[in-house]
Design a protein around this ligand. Structure first.
Ligand SMILES: [Zn+2]
Length: 185
């Protein structure tokens, strides 16, 4: 027997957020969204999409009509725009401040947009605007040139934690697929 946690509007799971955003993107493009479109876009099985649609409907974010697909409610649109905003903030931060490669910035933003809190995002926007201010010119450039010299798999004297970053390439993820489409535009 499986226990299904009923979603609430304030705390959608990252997975449901992903669906919501995919619906938003397709609705913006075509005006409506069908199970098949989402299954294709997110590379998931149709029953999973139907389940997500049901849950999003329960919290009032989408209207679901048989044979017509789904449409976001006004609340759904606002929520999706919020997630979309987080994506833009994160990808800008990664590419413009951290200087991370554009593709990686988009992929990571696609993953982290579902987990980052509104408060942190808000300060991140402040940071982005801070670096743009005239009196701050030069700081960003100086940071982009900077590379730390330490790297330790034990507790590092300078960092006080293990600062050797283990890199692991993500496998074929929906984010990668999404990034491919995004870069192709
Ligand atoms: Zn260190």
């Amino acid at each position: 027997m499986t226990f299904v946690t009923r979603p609430t509007l304030s705390s959608l799971s990252p997975s449901l957020e992903k669906y919501l955003k995919a619906i938003y993107d397709l609705q913006t493009e075509k005006g409506y969204t069908r199970v098949t479109d989402i299954a294709k876009a997110l590379r998931v099985a149709k029953p999973a999409v139907s389940a997500a649609f049901k849950n999003l409907g329960l919290v009032g974010l989408i209207h679901h009509r048989a044979y017509e697909g789904v449409r976001l409610t006004e609340e759904g649109i606002q929520k999706a725009k919020g997630i979309s905003g987080k994506f833009s903030i994160l990808s800008q931060f990664f590419s413009e401040v951290l200087g991370v490669d554009k593709r990686k910035a988009l992929e990571d933003a696609g993953l982290m947009e579902h987990y980052a809190s509104g408060d942190t995002m808000d300060r991140l926007v402040d940071l982005l605007r801070f670096f743009e201010a005239e009196e701050q010119k030069g700081i960003l450039e100086a940071f982009q040139e900077f590379r730390r010299e330490c790297e330790s798999e034990d507790t590092c004297v300078e960092c006080d934690f293990h600062c050797e970053i283990v890199t692991q390439e993500p496998s074929e993820s929906p984010e990668k697929k999404f990034t491919d489409r995004f870069l192709a535009k």
